[in-house]
Each structure stands twice: as C-alpha cells, then as structure tokens.
Design a protein around this ligand. Structure first.
Ligand SMILES: [Fe+2]
Length: 270
C-alpha cells in the first residue's frame, strides 16, 4: 500500500464516525471515547512500528489495522447501547462487515487486505490461534499490544473517576464492586493463564485479569511503555491491600523486570 491510501482511510474513518454523533450527551460521550481510543491506538502503533524497525510499508499496514480495529464499536453502540460483546455481538466481526459493506479495503492487494482483516478479527480474542502464518501473526500481535496499552489508560481513568464518585459514575463492568475477589483469579495470574470473561465475578476480578494481561504482551517495547507509565503500580493500588495481592504484585513486577532486562540484550521481536 502507499501513504496516500492510509490518508484516504483516515478521511473515510473520520466521515464514518461523524455520522454516529447525535447531540445526545451520553451517546456522544461513548462515541468520542472510541474515537479517541482509535487515535491513541494509532499513536501506540506508530511507536511500536518504530521500536520494531518495521518497513515503511508494514508501518502503514499496521496503522491501517489500528485505525480500523474498532470500526464495529460505533454500530455496536448504535444498535445495542453497550460495548459488551457478550450482551450484543462480536464487535470485531461487526467491524469487518462494515468495512466490507463500504468496500473500504477493496483497493488493497489481497495479501495486505488479508493481513488487515485477520488482525481485526483476532484483536480482542482471549488467545491468538497458534496456526497463523508468521506475517499475519506479527500484525495480530502488534494490534493486540497497541490496543492493550491504550486500554490501560482508559480503564485506569474510569476506575479513578469511579473511586472519586461511585454514585455518579457507572463503570462499564456489569459486576458487583464488592470488596473481595475470586481466589482462582489470583491463581490464574500467578500461573500466567489468560482467563475468560465468564470467570469474572467482581470488579476486582476484572482488575486482576487486566493485571494478568501483562503476561500476554508480545513485545518488550510495549512492556517498556506500560512500565514507564506506571500502569501496573496504579492497577495494584486499586486492589485490596492483602497478602494475595502482594504476591500478585511481586509476580507481575518480577515478570516485567525479567522481560525488560532480557530484551536489553536482544533484538526487539517477541
Ligand atoms: Fe476492540
């Protein structure tokens, strides 16, 4: 692809999203949240592409994926007034339908189009399929990392606003904010297992799952970003102050330090 195609995609996306603003404050706040998220994920993707020394062309492919990865969120909110796939439909597949209906990716050569569609398809899944061709897997890993960096920003902002005013702010997590947590979640993080959304019982379980994502990060450059911004420390400070959570904190911080120090002596691929 070439740079002009990426610029055309950006123009299409801006026009497309504009249609979803209705003037109704709650609706527009949700649409803005995803538009800002998209812009931030594009920035994170440019950072990762630079850190991994991707070619110029691969950088444009990667940014196109970042730009379109959440295309389905806008139609999802319009139809269901929620961003929860379990209560509506899979937003990744919905996004692919939208892109296909608008023939957005038609000008691309089939190989690049397939890379972009595959990465959008798998960006939010619990785990990546193991049999993806190497090049497709690379771009899937890139969007999953870039997305997570910005998800940490969004969730921490939400948790902080909720802590300041629990009555006036609704967390987008349909689970009770009770003081405890599921001990299996602690175990899952300590064992480095990814968990399903169906295993979550409380808001603290969600925070533990989000801490565990650190072990699902593909590139040291991503971990560096997360480390520099203090996201692990901030998430830990929102969990109960007890022995189990201390172990989780030590475990996650040790994991982070080890991966970062290994990376110092290695090239930036995962
Ligand atoms: Fe997404």
């Amino acid at each position: 692809m070439d740079k002009r195609q990426l610029q055309g995609f950006r123009r299409w996306f801006t026009r497309y999203v504009k249609e979803f603003y209705t003037g109704q404050p709650r609706n527009d706040a949700h649409i803005r949240l995803k538009q800002v998220h998209t812009n931030k994920v594009c920035q994170e993707m440019r950072y990762l592409a630079g850190g991994l020394s991707l070619s110029e062309n691969d950088g444009w492919i990667a940014e196109t994926i970042a730009l379109f990865h959440d295309t389905g969120r806008f139609e999802q909110y319009r139809r269901y007034q929620t961003f929860m796939d379990a209560r509506s439909e899979n937003h990744s597949l919905l996004g692919l339908q939208v892109l296909s209906e608008h023939r957005v990716l038609d000008p691309l050569i089939p190989e690049e189009r397939q890379i972009i569609e595959t990465a959008i398809h798998h960006h939010g899944q619990k785990d990546l399929p193991e049999d993806l061709p190497c090049r497709q897997a690379l771009f899937c890993k890139l969007i999953r990392d870039a997305d997570k960096i910005d998800i940490y920003r969004v969730i921490l902002k939400n948790y902080r606003e909720y802590e300041k005013c629990p009555e006036g702010f609704v967390l987008d997590v349909p689970l009770p904010d009770s003081p405890g947590y599921n001990p299996d979640m602690v175990q899952a993080v300590l064992e480095g297992r990814t968990v399903s959304y169906s295993d979550l019982q409380t808001v603290n379980d969600v925070k533990l799952m989000q801490l565990g994502w650190i072990q699902d990060i593909n590139f040291p450059a991503t971990l560096e970003r997360i480390h520099k911004r203090g996201y692990v420390r901030q998430l830990l400070s929102l969990l109960p102050d007890d022995e189990n959570i201390s172990w989780v904190g030590e475990h996650v911080n040790r994991y982070l330090r080890n991966r970062l120090s290994q990376a110092m002596n290695q090239p930036q691929r995962s």
